[in-house]
Design a binder for this molecule. Sequence first.
Ligand code: SF4
Ligand code: SF4
Length: 236
Amino acid sequence: MEELEVKQALDDLANKWNVEESIYDLHLGRRDDVSDSQLVVNEVVFHIPYLTRDKTFVLWRCLWPDCHNCCERQGRLPLTRDDISLISNKMGYDSESEFIQKETRISSWNETSTMNNVITTISMISLKRKENENEDQDGKPLPCRFLDDCGSCKIHPDKPGVCWLYPFSSWMESSNGKPVVHASYQLTGDCPGFYTDKTSQPMMEIFQEYSKRIFSYNMSILRTTREKYGFINIVQ
Ligand code: SF4
Ligand code: SF4
């Protein structure tokens, strides 16, 4: 997302939620004291921003059901092979190919980590966020058609894997010939759940829970690319 779009999203967020000044500035790249604090939980390397001047970690917790901003401003819903089976079934399709033809489209995009140290090009089958979604809307925030009036997801718990991961993004890197799963925050200005704390302790339960989700999602991504339902290239 462009800086201007992130700023607009943050300003909208700040009308409704308390967004700490340091969190606001971090999103806009205005902090020059950010270091990459790495925490390994259940084989997943979390990259947590540490603000060295304030001596604080950037932490997160979900504010649902008071908030459902990520579903109101959903940018893209890429599907793994497992997602395709689950969601086509949930939506009442007997045939996955008919589901793919009617309910999905192809998305292609580049992804960077919070610390801008990984660039990945990705093409995947994505669930349409609205019935007549078109190519120009790829990556642009839209209210998701599966969000109900109470702020719940109509296809939960069979929602796409990316919805279970938010606000983390994740990727795999090779270390000594072995694939290692990494995760960092998506700082798009859409989530009011970020805050700062002197220790990362308040988030330990979340790291435990999300490490399992993130690891299993990456294994699912491997199956997806192996079966040629998606393509991922690490550029750098
Ligand atoms: S935007 Fe953030 S706080 Fe709100 S529901 Fe989504 S993850 Fe939770
Ligand atoms: S599929 Fe469900 S969880 Fe995912 S963005 Fe849509 S409403 Fe939200």
